[in-house]
Write a protein that binds this ligand. Sequence first.
Ligand code: ADP
Length: 305
Amino acid sequence: MSVSSGRQGAIAFFVIFGVCLVALAVALNVGWIVQNRRQVVTLLFGVPVFIAIITGLILNTIFIVREIRRNEQQDAFLNAVTHELKTPVTSIRLHLETLKARESAIPEDKRREFYDVMLADSDRLMQTIEQVLRTGQAGRPSEHRERVNLRALADECVTLTRTRRHLTEAQLHMLPLAPDDRQPEVSGDPTELRGAILNLLDNAVKYSGDDVHVQVYAVLVGDWAVIRVTDRGAGFAPTEAKRIFKRFYRTPGSLTQRIKGTGLGLFIVHNTAKHHGGRAFAESAGVGRGSVFTLELPGLPPAVQ
Ligand code: ADP
């Protein structure tokens, strides 16, 4: 029996146990009320006590089930992080060993390819480490604030993601501003904002599979600086739209089993939005129908020249 089915069994047991206890308490309560229906004082004292006991039982069951779920998510997270740390290190080690053993026999272009793979692997390693560190700081917003042009920052992130993921401009690009559009400027921490935008871009590419077509739009709408990342990838059921921003949460199903991740990216995006007085939200028409992720932050009026 797998660990996960063991947990499912435990959850089912506690839910059924809790429901039976509540049913028993309700039956006793009703029986007792019927028996004492003429004794008003006894009823006035007894009914609230019974209600308190039943509420306690329900809350207790909910708490236990939540804790089991959280443990389950933490286990999945640990597995994912271990995988995300181990895979690139193993790959770097393998390439270094090959280079050490047969350096002179390896042609120049192959050697360059090895270096590129090792650089990409160390990038992946850094990204995972940064995600874990940032999650640790999630409750403590950075004090640092400066004027940041979200469009320029998004442009920088688009270029970086294109290089990291070997994508063409057609596959990942910024949409131009219309003549009347205003620059989205905010007061924020550029490092934190960069991390959030990179997570959105990384997801859009990662969940697009082989058919990457990602567009990024950054503009000032009313008083809000908005970044919108649109992809034509895996999408998600509309009921998942809120849940995917929770810590460690990954949508269930074969897709998330195939595509590795830690369930931290969107949690970081959500926290970054919160720290900056804004919000992040996701929309999708359904599984397989692409998605749109929006980061909305309070905009600044144009700087006086
Ligand atoms: P991770 O990608 O590491 O699993 P995230 O917190 O970044 O963690 O995302 C949480 C979940 O949201 C993912 O597991 C995935 O199911 C869903 N998701 C995120 N971005 C996208 C996207 N662009 N398209 C479809 N699903 C997405």
